[in-house]
Design a protein around this ligand. Structure first.
Ligand SMILES: *Cc1c(COP(=O)(O)O)cnc(C)c1O
Length: 539
């Protein structure tokens, strides 16, 4: 590292959300990575990103007339990508796979290098086809391109790197390439491992065990993921059997972080049995404010009351128009509107607000309460698609007050976090790692109504800048947990949120201001980058 200067960082991630129609992302992981690269550019941190140029992106998910989620995969062209002239090769299943390297610097982001196997002469040109499209061998091939190909691309581009940051376990094979390089220079395996570890940091994301990918050792060997440096036994020592990518990354990094303070506790508990792993500290996620937040709201937050309300009403009106264009439903400007958009997975409990319908049936029927949903299910997840189906069925039961917007993406997201009145989040604690959509909402004066999970315990002052549902209750018994949380949700919704909205506008507006004022600095990406530098990269 040059003295007196900051470490130069290469950040590896499977997905980047930089702009709505640049389909290199699926969800929250990509949103974080995209906002991180924009922050790096704004605040002049020496960071480059490494990713994959997805030919078809993640699914374009539409709802059929029968209410089923249908996946389509259009092919996109991105004429703004710059050809670096560099091609690297990765050996996968004993075949040479050529990866072309593109540069994206169009969205106010630090340089992002994207690897692409869809080039003439490549037998395996499908590897960079669909983001999270497959599991097993195909997923390993994608991760080899990202990791091994990514390090080779950095060398070919002559970009000096002091720290390799793996955002999620997907990038782990980059570490294997570092080990191979060290061994080629004459180090023993153990020495190479130690030297590589000194340069690697890792961000872990999901506190849900099944969300942490693993692969059979034989399959890794067959694919060539060992990269000519690891024996099967050595792979097992690193990641166990089957080989867990998160465990491998925790053992191959010098330091690791979780994405909120509560998540750090959960993650340390979750991986306490893993010997020889990196310490996991908490560095709470943050957002790129210019991308997600209405400047007028920020300005109005310490100005006169009328202002923030006026701009919010305009944002709400825009959202209602957007909803009308997408769904044909006209929601009411003067009725409370709840926004809810999440991946359709069970622990997020998407239709929880309907779990005791007797409590809310009249409110939805009379239009005193309105809700807009969005969110995709993974294309191969029938359970997730069932969740989407349930919500679509609710839109038919309450056609004037419940809507679902198909094909959740950055456009839908930014409309919802600006124009809703309340942002609802009711995951089963402690399974939400962070939840950046709540930060976007909070800074737009949209009041969070949330379980104390992810980032929210760090920000919530109940009744002042939003509301907490319950008091941090946890129970492994899902039935008991759900029953408990259900009561808490209805209590705060019916006794605090609705009365404040309809009967105490002055307090509501004051809460909107507090929401903005208490979140807009601590959850802006600059703070996160500074913490990465002081706690992860240089420490
Ligand atoms: C912000 C955002 C996310 C991440 O939000 P969570 O709170 O983690 O669910 C995911 N997808 C889109 C399109 C977003 O804008």
């Amino acid at each position: 590292m040059p003295s007196n200067s900051q470490p130069r960082v290469a950040y590896f991630c499977m997905e980047y959300a930089l702009q709505s129609n640049f389909k290199m992302y699926a969800g929250g992981l990509g949103i974080l990575a995209g906002d991180y690269l924009k922050g790096a550019k704004d605040h002049k941190f020496p960071i480059v990103g490494i990713g994959i140029k997805w030919k078809q992106g993640y699914t374009d998910q539409r709802i059929s007339p029968e209410g089923k989620a249908i996946d389509t995969y259009p092919i996109y062209n991105y004429p703004f990508l710059k050809d670096t002239g560099v091609t690297v090769s990765v050996t996968i299943r004993k075949r040479e796979v050529k990866c072309k390297v593109w540069l994206c610097d169009k969205f106010g982001n630090a340089p992002l290098y994207l690897l692409d196997t869809d080039i003439p002469g490549n037998e395996d040109n499908w590897i960079t086809g669909q983001l999270y499209g497959w599991f097993g061998e195909e997923r390993i091939a994608q991760e080899m391109v990202l990791g091994i190909g990514g390090v080779k691309a950095l060398r070919a581009l002559k970009i000096p790197v002091d720290v390799y940051h793996f955002n999620e376990g997907h990038a782990l094979f980059a570490g294997f390439e570092l080990v191979r390089e060290q061994m080629k220079r004459g180090k023993s395996f153990e020495e190479a491992l130690r030297a590589s570890r000194q340069q690697i940091v890792f961000t872990t994301h999901t506190p849900v065990v099944q969300g942490n990918e693993s692969h059979y050792l034989d399959r890794l060997m067959y694919m060539g993921a060992d990269n000519g440096s690891f024996s099967k036994q050595q792979l097992k020592q690193l990641g166990g059997s089957p080989f867990n990518m998160t465990v491998g990354a925790l053992r191959l990094s010098r330091k690791a972080n979780a994405v909120a303070q509560l998540h750090a506790k959960t993650a340390n508990k979750m991986w306490q049995g893993v010997k020889g792993r990196a310490e996991i500290i908490g560095i709470t996620n943050a957002i790129h404010v210019p991308t997600w937040v209405d400047k007028r709201i920020l300005r109005a937050a310490d100005g006169m009351s009328g202002e923030i309300w006026k701009w919010h009403q305009e944002n709400k009106k825009n959202l209602l128009t957007f909803i009308y264009e997408r769904t044909g439903v006209r929601l009411k400007q003067n009725s409370l509107l709840i926004g809810f958009s999440r991946r359709a997975v069970p622990y997020k409990r998407s239709d929880f607000i309907f779990s005791d319908r007797s409590k809310v049936d009249r409110l939805f029927k009379t239009g005193k309460l309105q809700i807009v949903f969005s969110g995709k299910a993974h294309p191969l997840d029938d359970g997730g698609k069932q969740i989407v189906g349930n919500i679509v069925a609710l839109t038919k039961r309450y056609p004037d007050s419940v809507v679902f917007i198909e094909n959740y993406d950055m456009t839908v997201g930014s409309m919802l976090v600006r124009g809703s009145d309340v942002w609802l989040n009711n995951p089963r604690r402690p399974q939400e790692a962070s939840g950046t959509s709540g930060m976007k909402a909070a800074m737009n004066g949209v009041l969070n109504l949330s379980i104390l999970d992810g980032w929210w315990p760090e920000a919530c002052v109940h009744g002042v800048n939003g509301w907490q549902i319950g008091n941090g209750y946890e129970n492994r018994d899902e039935k008991k947990l759900d029953a408990h949380d259900q009561k808490s949700l209805y209590k705060v919704l019916l006794e605090e949120v609705l009365p404040t909205y309809y009967d105490d506008k002055k307090k509501w507006v004051e809460m909107m201001k507090q929401s903005v004022l208490t979140t807009h600095k601590p959850f802006a990406v600059k703070r996160m980058l500074q913490e990465y530098y002081t706690k992860l990269y240089t420490d």
